[in-house]
Design a protein around this ligand. Structure first.
Ligand SMILES: CC(C)(COP(=O)(O)OP(=O)(O)OC[C@H]1O[C@@H](n2cnc3c(N)ncnc32)[C@H](O)[C@@H]1OP(=O)(O)O)[C@@H](O)C(=O)NCCC(=O)NCCS
Length: 142
């Protein structure tokens, strides 16, 4: 089941996020998804456990994807695809562009985003400590 983040999910989502990035819990806007109207976190729950999440900011005419993670044991079951589909279904009218940054060596994520129509717009040199990032984007045509 995919649903919005609830307060009682925070520990589980932080635990998953720390697998994505060891600095995840430092200054992460996860709680903001509970408090403001533009930060969103969708979670995938099964057997009462959170097995994946997608965090994004929806501001005026743009969505920026901040984090996407699926539990290692649960990959290749279309969980990430379902989270992205849900984000697109929930998106407000007037969104013109969806963007994200991804490590240039992250083949699974780049293939996933290309499948959803994202294109590489730009390479951000040394965006991460040890490598570059692609800025990817998908223009939304009404
Ligand atoms: C990237 C990630 C979110 C994909 O999650 P997932 O639930 O396994 O993805 P899905 O099952 O929805 O896969 C959909 C598509 O993604 C691509 N993909 C997923 N895993 C892949 C892999 N290991 N190698 C190549 N392509 C892959 C494929 O195009 C796949 O479509 P297909 O099954 O028809 O071939 C997951 O691997 C993950 O959490 N990785 C670590 C965190 C991360 O890199 N997040 C993205 C940061 S920007």
């Amino acid at each position: 089941m995919i649903r919005d983040l609830k307060e009682e999910d925070l520990n589980q989502v932080y635990a998953l996020g720390n697998l994505l990035n060891e600095n995840f819990s430092k200054g992460n806007p996860l709680e903001k998804s509970l408090m403001d109207s533009y930060t969103h976190t969708l979670v995938y729950e099964s057997d009462n456990k959170i097995k994946g999440f997608l965090m994004y900011i929806e501001l005026e005419d743009t969505i920026d994807i901040l984090n996407l993670y699926v539990d290692k044991k649960e990959r290749n079951k279309k969980i990430a695809s379902n989270l992205i589909d849900t984000m697109f279904s929930n998106m407000g009218q007037g969104i013109k562009m969806v963007t994200l940054e991804v490590r240039t060596d992250n083949v699974p994520a780049i293939s996933l985003y290309k499948k959803f129509g994202f294109l590489v717009l730009h390479t951000r040199k040394n965006y991460y400590n040890d490598t570059d990032a692609y800025l990817m984007g998908r223009r939304i045509v009404e």
